[in-house]
Design a protein around this ligand. Structure first.
Ligand SMILES: NC(=O)c1ccc[n+]([C@@H]2O[C@H](COP(=O)([O-])OP(=O)(O)OC[C@H]3O[C@@H](n4cnc5c(N)ncnc54)[C@H](O)[C@@H]3O)[C@@H](O)[C@H]2O)c1
Length: 326
């Protein structure tokens, strides 16, 4: 058994507790949230869990192998640094940070000390990404021909989405939240994992007039490995979380829809589903936990490291702050 401490027990922390319940290798043993009411509710739901008295105390707890951080982005790097000091392997939620300098220092340390640290971009373990690597990755034999374009389309009936509506106000504020950091980042991760760094060539972002609220629309163009990428994202439509990424090539295309949900490939006239939605989702989750266990044991894994996650965030922040060259 690999013993994990969890800091941050809001919407995502609790989702992860549910995902880990009954896992054969990974067991959450200690939890902490700075909100006592949240902590009380989680302990009531999971009576076998034990609470720490602070994040620092949790990190120093003997017998822990790893820390999972599911707080809002602000404390991610400081908590990661403390965990690395204690020799723990870290799985941190995205976005990695609000402070790029602190994140770069942490990355340099991870590399210097060969520490174990990863960021939770869950599409890292998806069938869709594996298929994209086969079709368009560095070692691909190009079964679908030359890649011509990538399109990302996101629509949200409301922001935050209903399942995350209980999260703190940070999620709908432009300082730390918004759908670009929260959702678009997953697709930028997939894009950059397959093609390498993307460069923003145009980005138009609309914010509410209150000076505080996060973006309501983002329309942008990028280039990655010479391939044009378009993004159309915004609040609107009837579906809570409508997402689609389409990779068009000279002899076919691959489409990812609804996260792990629908992944299909067209090769010439032949359209092929890569699995039913539930199987794709379950396989993705199972693989993710297996890779996490590998990271905890110091074995090789496919979870994104902190440097890869910061590169994703750099692209997201350039989309949000883009100003055209004069
Ligand atoms: N990978 C994914 O698919 C995914 C999905 C949703 C959210 N997230 C990420 O997970 C993180 C948390 O999101 P959420 O929706 O759960 O937010 P949330 O507001 O619901 O929960 C955050 C919790 O962290 C606690 N907290 C804040 N600062 C703390 C600290 N210093 N020490 C201990 N507890 C602290 C808060 O009290 C709260 O309970 C964010 O970074 C978010 O972007 C990732």
């Amino acid at each position: 058994m690999l013993s994990i401490g969890v800091v941050g027990l809001g919407v995502m922390g609790q989702r992860m507790l549910a995902r880990l319940a009954g896992h054969a290798r990974l067991r959450v043993t200690r939890v902490w949230d700075e909100n006592p009411e949240v902590l009380r509710q989680v302990l009531a739901h999971y009576p076998l869990l034990r609470a720490a008295t602070s994040a620092e105390a949790l990190i120093r707890e003997p017998g822990l192998h790893g820390l999972y951080i599911a707080t809002p982005p602000g404390p991610h790097i400081a908590l990661s640094q403390q965990a690395l000091d204690a020799g723990l392997a870290v799985l941190c939620e995205k976005p990695l940070t609000t402070d790029f300098d602190a994140a770069r220092e942490c990355i340099a340390r991870i590399e210097r000390e060969r520490q174990r640290a990863a960021v939770n971009y869950s599409l890292a373990s998806s069938t869709g990404l594996a298929q994209l690597q086969l079709a368009f990755g560095a070692a691909s034999r190009r079964p679908l021909g030359a890649l011509a374009s990538v399109g990302i389309e996101l629509r949200f009936a409301a922001w935050p989405r209903p399942w995350q509506a209980g999260a703190g106000p940070w999620l709908s504020q432009r300082a730390e939240g918004g759908f670009s950091r929260e959702v678009l980042s997953h697709f930028i991760f997939v894009l950059q994992r397959v093609l390498g760094p993307a460069r923003v060539t145009r980005s138009e972002v609309v914010y509410p007039d209150d000076g505080v609220g996060s973006e309501t629309s983002l329309e942008a163009e990028l280039v990655a490995s010479g391939v044009p990428v378009t993004i159309s994202a915004g609040i609107g439509g009837e579906r809570a979380d409508d997402n689609r990424m389409i990779w068009r090539a000279s002899e076919g295309e691959i489409e990812l829809r609804d996260w792990f949900g629908v992944t299909q490939q067209r090769q010439g006239e032949r359209v092929q589903s890569l699995g039913d939605a539930e199987t794709l989702r379950m396989n993705g989750m199972t693989d993710q936990l297996a890779h996490w266990a590998a990271m905890l044991e110091g074995r090789s894994h496919s979870l994104p490291g902190f440097a890869e996650a910061l590169a994703v965030q750099a692209t997201i922040e350039s989309l949000l702050k883009y100003t055209p060259a004069p």
